[in-house]
Design a binder for this molecule. Structure first.
Ligand SMILES: [Ca+2]
Length: 326
């Protein structure tokens, strides 16, 4: 029997997801059982093409299952403006050879978790597929070993609105279900993936000219449009790679150099705060009578179980990225 960690990755595959997939597929301690596609940055059909192309580029043999295309109750909101017309920087990569695997992502999520207790779940898109799986089989929450979520913004620095990160904002009802489900969520928020976590011009050049492999070129090239968007729209000077940062934490939890557990709620109703991840950083919810009604459901489930990542070891995240692209 393999002593590798069974892994399931749920992704709305655009350019940074693709780099995260490369890292996972080339991670020697991982046994990636399945990749499931959710609608988000891209519609499922395009995300599926991008994921299958990436799997083939890695020479891997992992099934890709298509899943829910739109959020539970909200209209879809795609991110062509950020990732390019194909989600892959408009690089016109060839079509993948393989079709999506037979079966729906939600069925495969339930089956794969039940068949692999202790599985590592990594989600890189809106949480629609996971929420639907939980509605059908709530018991899967207790079977997952870790659930690393790229999503949220613990310090309320959003990328899609001032208050919210895209993946949570896109389908806040699904995110709330996941956060309340008992899944052992480790929240890798967007603000962690900015600033020093960005790849600088020199680091991107290092990937292409020094590492200089097909995968290192792919990682930078497919993110060309995201880099421009990052600079022009988010005012970040370098290339932000949120999904690969989350994958780095999935591979090596110590790359999240400061973490703590908290009650976290997802705002579904706010005029300005839809999709905000409200972190009870100071632990006031069980005591403040003004909060009791609002937080009752979360507090009733016991001690805080959402791990919030506050700081990243940027040197080690980048070193891990380089190793997997080599
Ligand atoms: Ca993503």
């Amino acid at each position: 029997m393999s002593d590798k960690i069974p892994v399931l990755i749920d992704t709305d595959t655009a350019s940074d997801d693709a780099v995260a997939l490369v890292m996972a597929l080339r991670e020697p301690t991982f046994d990636v059982k399945a990749i499931t596609i959710v609608g988000g940055n891209m519609p499922v059909a395009q995300g599926s093409i991008n994921a299958r192309y990436t799997v083939e580029l890695c020479g891997a043999d992992v099934p890709v299952y298509d899943g829910c295309d739109v959020p539970l109750i909200r209209p879809a909101y795609r991110a062509y403006f950020f990732h390019g017309p194909d989600g892959m920087g408009g690089m016109n990569y060839p079509a993948p050879q393989r079709a999506p695997a037979d079966g729906h992502a939600v069925d495969k999520i339930i089956e794969t978790i039940k068949a692999n207790p202790g599985l590592l779940l990594v989600t890189l898109g809106p949480l629609t597929n996971i929420a639907v799986a939980l509605m059908r089989a709530p018991e899967i929450a207790g079977l997952v070993g870790r659930h690393v979520v790229m999503g949220g913004a613990a310090n309320c620095v959003g990328n899609i609105t001032p208050a919210a990160e895209y993946n949570i904002w896109c389908d806040p009802e699904a995110a709330r279900m996941v956060f309340r489900s008992g899944l052992p969520v480790e929240m890798v928020g967007w603000e962690l993936c900015r600033g020093e976590a960005n790849l600088t011009d020199d680091e991107m050049r290092y990937c292409k000219e020094t590492i200089n492999t097909p995968l290192s070129h792919f990682a930078i090239d497919c993110n060309a449009h995201a880099l421009t968007s990052s600079r022009d729209w988010l005012n970040d000077p370098g290339l932000g790679l949120p999904d690969p940062v989350a994958m780095a934490v999935a591979i090596d939890p110590t790359i999240a150099s400061r973490t703590s557990k908290h009650y976290v709620e997802v705002e579904c109703d706010g005029t300005y705060t839809r999709g905000m991840t409200v972190v009870d950083q100071r632990g006031v919810t069980p005591y403040d009578t003004d909060n009791v009604a609002m937080w009752r459901e979360v507090v009733a489930k016991g001690a805080p179980h959402i791990t919030v990542c506050w700081e990243l070891d940027n040197a080690r995240w980048k070193a891990l990225l380089y190793e997997r692209l080599a």
